[in-house]
Each structure stands twice: as C-alpha cells, then as structure tokens.
Design a protein around this ligand. Structure first.
Ligand code: MN
Length: 251
C-alpha cells in the first residue's frame, strides 16, 4: 500500500530556519539577521536500503551515488544560496523552473547543483525493489499508447535517448506542454522544467528519468551503459511514475 507520493513541483523539500526576533543583537548594535536565516536544502534518506535494488544496481554504487554525489549537489546548492535573498522561501523545484530569476553570479551553480538535487530526488523516488514496483495506472498506460503505440516502443525510444546522450546527462519521459508524453534527454544536470534552458519543444514535467552519468553505473557495469539501462527497467516504480503522471497532467 502506497501512502506517500513524490510531487516535485508542490513539495517544499527545504527547511527554512527563521530567527524569531528577526534581528541579532551584538552588544548595543542591532543588525539585520539575513545571514542567520538561510534557506537550507537537505539530503533526504533513500526510501529503501542501499542494497534494495540489487542485482540491477549494486549497494556500493547506491551508497556512493547518494551519500557523495547527491550530497555534494546539496552542499554546493547551499553554498550558492547562502545569504541570497532572491532564493528565500522557494523550493528547489521552483528555483530551477525560473533560473532567470536567479542572480547571474550564482545561476550556473544553481543550474548544476539545484538541477542535480531535483533530478536525483526524482531518480530515487521512481525506483523500487524488484517485486515492489507497483503497476502502471490506466491513465498512464493509455497515454503511452497514444504517444508511442505501446510500452515497448516507448522503452525503445527512451533507451535510445539514454544510450546516445553523449557524456553525462539524463534521459526523460516527460509530460510536454500539450499534456502528451514525450522522450527527451538533457546534458549535465539540466531538467526539462528549466524553461529557456532546454529547447522549447523539449520542455515539460519529468515523470521518469535515468541518470546516465558514469557515476550511476561504472562500478558494476563499467562502460556497458546499455546493460545498465536495460537492467534499470526492472526497478522502475510504476506506482510513483503513475502518480507523477497524474500530477503533471492535472497541472
Ligand atoms: Mn547521479
């Protein structure tokens, strides 16, 4: 039974620490407490054990990927956001969806690290141990048939996008501006919601994505990216992807 759902564009996955008084007093001098009221982003625990996705994704890869790579994106995002009023009170999803509102001097850092946070949150949430991957909703099944003919064709297009993404990046299943499903891919840590930073005809809400950075698979699969992609389908959490589809279609 599923009780929670990952909703990246509504959940405020940050903790904002407000200093109640609003000012800090140093001796007789009262100063604004902006530096004491940071927007702080946190690394959430994985929703399963490191070894839960074996044999398809090994425990050591998961541990390093979450604890070091994802954690570094969180720390770097916090460094970029420290003391920046423009980011106060916004979720990561809101921030990366409106990068032009981010001050220019930290925009690239936010694009890379904020994107890294959002992308990995989605990645972890849309995987589950084999045997607990749930079922595709009727609405998602119909949408796949409408857009691709059948599931196999969708997977074929998705695998191709993942395999041919040169260097580091992601392949995505998105709900596009017309409310239809579409396969896209992005370089680095870009996300399909980064309006103005992804092509207009590849803009949309990601409901499934695969990380094809080497850090996602190299320990176990070495250079065999296609084997990793093929194995990954065994751990796709269809309950979660269906929930994300419903949320994206509802707008
Ligand atoms: Mn990664």
């Amino acid at each position: 039974m599923k009780t929670t759902s990952f909703t990246p564009f509504s959940r405020r996955n940050f903790i904002q620490t407000a200093v109640a008084a609003g000012v800090a007093t140093f001796g007789s001098r009262a100063v604004p407490a902006l530096a004491d009221t940071p927007t702080t982003f946190t690394l959430a625990d994985l929703p399963y054990a490191f070894d839960a996705l074996e044999p398809h994704i090994d425990a050591r890869t998961m541990e390093i990927h979450h604890g070091r790579h994802h954690n570094a994106y969180v720390n770097n995002m916090n460094s970029a956001a420290a003391g920046r009023e423009e980011l106060q009170g916004k979720s990561l999803c809101e921030i990366i969806a409106d990068l032009t509102a981010v001050p220019e001097d930290i925009r690239t850092a936010v694009r890379n690290n904020g994107g890294g946070c959002v992308n990995h949150d989605l990645f972890w949430a849309t995987m589950a141990p084999e045997g607990s991957t749930g079922e595709m909703s009727d609405a998602l099944g119909s949408a796949i048939e409408d857009a691709f003919g059948n599931l196999e064709s969708m997977q074929e297009q998705f695998n191709k996008a993942a395999a041919t993404r040169f260097g580091s990046g992601w392949a995505w299943l998105i709900v596009n501006g017309d409310g239809k499903l579409q396969i896209t891919s992005t370089p680095n840590q870009d996300n399909p919601k980064m309006k103005g930073f992804v092509p207009d005809d590849e803009y949309g809400a990601a409901i499934l994505g695969i990380d094809v950075w080497e850090h996602a698979y190299y320990l176990h699969y070495q250079n065999r990216r296609a084997d990793y992609i093929g194995a990954w389908w065994n751990v796709v959490n269809w309950d979660e992807v269906s929930a994300l589809h419903a949320a994206a279609v509802a707008g």
